[in-house]
Write a protein that binds this ligand. Structure first.
Ligand code: CP
Ligand code: NVA
Length: 321
């Protein structure tokens, strides 16, 4: 079993914190979360009970669809001895106009933490501001931090390290995955290159902050329109859908804009020979990635999906225990 690094408890205060974006955490805290995730994964694989959250309840608000996030959080709470309640925004009063702040205050009286998947990142911040319990971001239009924590765990498991690797993301640079990968990579000392068409480049503020954070960890950030340049000698190749949830009406226009940004054999020839391929899923084979790549020998997408469970259990344990 992976040893959990003993670090100064004063520096690592997780209890009661929110998990809204990776930039809120220090490199040490992120590495520690990954160690806890590995420890919890080992316990689960050995069939050893680990009810650290016995009697605790997670409320899960979903304003968008989900397979992985919903199931992994629900199973994670169960494995930790607690319980999760699925709250579709269609069914709760939030969907009929009850305010976010009232929802936050009411749920804080019943449950021990809230996970929310929604559109606007500001809504999650408002929820967190008004809640007296930890709030976890289960995806907004801007960020998908629980996914990227699972991605870091997957990369660490397959490559044996994080610092010094090069991660290349090809596709929509202005979406939640690109932003959280930017924040996550620079925290752990990975170089990151993002190739996107003009008009779909990452958010300027997030990029600037990532460049600055990278100067402290030795990470470099490259943003380019050229996928071949971006993928050169990459250890990790990542993509995501070209039209995210909520962008369905733009799907046709995006299909054209991203045509030259498909992750396929020809492009991946420029990556390192032993590169790994990640995709948060759901994927569209034949659009952002070919079946050859996502179903091929370099792909670790199902390990990545499994690691949602272990990474999120670490987040839950640390924020609630
Ligand atoms: N990757 C991810 O968040 O998947 P779901 O949309 O199925 O939760
Ligand atoms: N960028 C995608 C991620 C899905 C998990 C979306 O927001 O739809």
């Amino acid at each position: 079993m992976a040893e959990v690094i003993q670090l100064n408890e004063e520096i690592l205060q997780f209890k009661g914190k929110d998990f809204l974006q990776l930039s809120d955490y220090t490199p040490e805290e992120i590495l520690y979360m990954l160690d806890v995730a590995k420890e919890l994964k080992a316990l689960q694989k050995q069939g050893k009970p680990h009810p650290y959250l016995a009697g605790k309840v997670l409320g899960m608000i979903f304003e968008k669809s989900s397979t992985r996030t919903r199931v992994s959080f629900e199973v994670g709470m169960l494995q930790l001895g607690g319980h999760a309640i699925f709250l579709s925004s269609k069914d709760i009063q939030l969907g009929r106009g009850e305010t976010i702040s009232d929802t936050a205050k009411v749920l804080s009286r019943y449950v021990d933490a809230i996970m929310i998947r929604t559109f606007s990142h500001a809504s999650v911040e408002e929820l967190a501001f008004n809640a007296t319990i930890p709030v976890i971001n289960g995806l907004t239009d801007l960020q998908h931090p629980t996914q990227v924590l699972a991605d870091l765990l997957t990369i660490q498991e397959h490559k044996g390290k994080l610092a010094g690797l090069k991660l290349c993301y090809v596709g929509d640079g202005n979406n939640n995955m690109a932003h959280s990968l930017l924040e996550g990579a620079v925290k752990v000392g990975m170089d990151i290159s993002i190739a996107s068409p003009s008009g779909y480049l990452p958010d300027g503020t997030i990029t600037e902050k990532a460049i600055k954070a990278g100067t402290e960890t030795g990470s470099t950030v490259m943003i380019t329109n050229d996928p071949v340049k971006a993928i050169q000698d990459a250890d990790v190749v990542v993509t995501d859908v070209w039209a995210s949830m909520g962008q369905e009406a733009e799907a046709g226009e995006r299909l054209k804009a991203f045509e030259a940004y498909q992750v396929n054999e020809a492009l991946c020839k420029h990556a390192k020979e032993d590169y790994i391929f990640l995709h948060c899923l759901p994927a569209h084979r034949g659009e952002e990635v070919t079946a050859e790549i996502i179903d091929g020998p370099h792909s670790v997408v199902f390990d990545e999906a499994e690691n949602r469970l272990h990474a999120q259990k670490a987040i839950l344990k640390l924020l609630l225990n």
